[in-house]
Design a protein around this ligand. Structure first.
Ligand SMILES: *[C@@H]1O[C@H](CO)[C@@H](O)[C@H](O)[C@H]1NC(C)=O
Ligand SMILES: *[C@@H]1O[C@H](CO)[C@@H](O)[C@H](O)[C@H]1NC(C)=O
Length: 395
């Protein structure tokens, strides 16, 4: 089936996306004061780079560079002894102030919300300065940290400056991925913490897009258009149940990864995405119960059950698609992923429209010629339509 091959292609592209890696840019960077550092690392988000030397006197001489920014934005880098998160960060911040000079200061980022006011850090910082050249912001500092912080978490961030004051940074895309680990001794930077988190975000996106966004509409199409044919009678039902049940199982796994990711991003809540996700989980679960509570075909309540099952089913599909696009906005993967998903939706839409037209064709033809002259399968098809589908009392 073409659809199946599209899904396979989609999965392959996703795997190659996850596996892709790049060579280090930081090695080609230089500093105007001709300073040299022993180690450097490309940070995995926001065009940021860390250079440092661990000196024998136990201090760390470092430079943090944020490229491709502008004079209306702030840049920051921090050690966070509390883990790969915003709160607890011991941050170095720089922005071009109203004198037109790159101004650097330190601040602790504490709950309930960051103030970005100058404050002392939990360790000593000296030689703090910043330069802004060719749209690159570079912060220089010497840190004296205790030995237990030589391997720790690092976070970095950038955001707008308004009226000479650093403002709230965006909370989507790479702004959520700018965390990692750093080991000043071994020279490891960027680190597994952020990579595994980025991987889990991608897994969350793929699981939910494939289950809620592709399998569920496919299962609905199976039910609506296959049951028209009497010869496919029990088959469509089992296909529909198999499709929706596997979509539900994969979807719940994807949903759980989302709840976990949400609980880890303290201070950032993606409210509409999270709320729609929770509603979807409830509606999806209701549909599973609908299967168990399904009255017999001839039961007087079956008509109401049909309305209930169909309306929740369509609501789930619409909400899923809306939430997948919300998710694209938050994770901001490369444009091609959104385009591929739109392509799959258009394909499903065309298939559904063609089948809808074909179903109506059968209904009208049957009305014109009468049922007696027809073969069994045609007869079944028309009856099927009348009973459940486009021509009938159903949807
Ligand atoms: C701008 O920053 C520089 C360097 O930190 C500082 O000397 C200067 O006083 C600052 N200007 C204003 C208006 O804050
Ligand atoms: C911050 O540290 C400096 C130098 O160690 C010290 O002089 C100053 O009093 C400290 N400020 C506060 C608010 O603790």
């Amino acid at each position: 089936m073409e659809k199946a091959s599209k899904i396979v292609l989609f999965s392959c592209l996703v795997v190659s996306f996850l596996a892709s890696s790049s060579a280090q840019t930081c090695r080609t960077q230089t500093f105007s004061n001709n300073k040299q550092y022993d180690n450097c690392g490309d940070l995995p988000a926001l065009n940021c780079y860390l250079h440092w030397t661990y000196r024998t006197d136990g201090t760390i001489d470092l430079a943090f560079r944020h490229t491709g920014t502008n004079s209306g934005r702030w840049s920051a880098w921090a050690i966070n002894p509390n883990g790969p998160q915003m709160f607890g960060s011991q941050a170095l911040v720089a922005f071009v102030n109203s004198s037109g000079v790159a101004h650097a200061f330190t601040t602790q980022v504490n709950p309930p919300s960051p103030t970005m006011q100058q404050s002392n850090l939990s360790f000593e910082v000296s030689s703090l300065s910043a330069t802004f050249e060719n749209n690159d912001m570079t912060i220089f500092a010497v840190l004296r940290i205790s030995e237990n912080l030589l391997s720790t978490s690092q976070v970095w961030q950038e955001g707008p400056v308004s009226n000479g004051v650093p403002g709230i940074h965006p909370t989507s895309g790479e702004h959520l991925q700018s965390v990692g680990s750093v080991n000043f001794l071994t020279g490891q930077s960027g680190g597994s913490a952020s990579n595994s988190r980025a991987r889990r975000r991608n897994v969350h996106g793929v699981l939910n897009t494939v289950s809620w966004g592709i399998l569920m509409p496919l299962g609905a199409i199976t039910a609506r258009y296959m049951k028209v044919f009497k010869s496919a009678d029990p088959a469509w039902f089992y296909l529909h149940v198999a499709c929706q049940c596997s979509a539900y199982i994969v979807g719940v796994a994807g949903w759980a990864t989302g709840i976990k990711l949400g609980s880890e991003s303290a201070g950032i809540t993606q409210n509409p995405h999270r709320n729609i996700g929770i509603v979807l989980f409830c509606l999806g679960t209701l549909q599973v119960f609908a299967l168990l509570l399904r009255p017999n075909k001839d039961h007087k309540y079956r008509f109401y059950w049909n309305i209930y099952h169909h309306s929740i089913g369509y609501a789930v599909i619409i909400l899923s698609i809306v939430n997948i696009f919300e998710g694209f906005d938050i994770l901001q993967p490369e444009d091609k992923w959104e385009r591929i998903y739109i392509g799959i939706l258009i394909f499903l839409g065309i298939v559904a429209s063609l089948l809808e037209a074909f179903t109506w064709y059968i209904v009208l033809k049957r009305r014109k010629t009468g049922s007696d002259k027809h073969s069994n399968s045609m007869n079944g098809a028309a009856n099927g339509v009348n009973r459940y589908g486009a021509g009938g009392q159903g949807v």
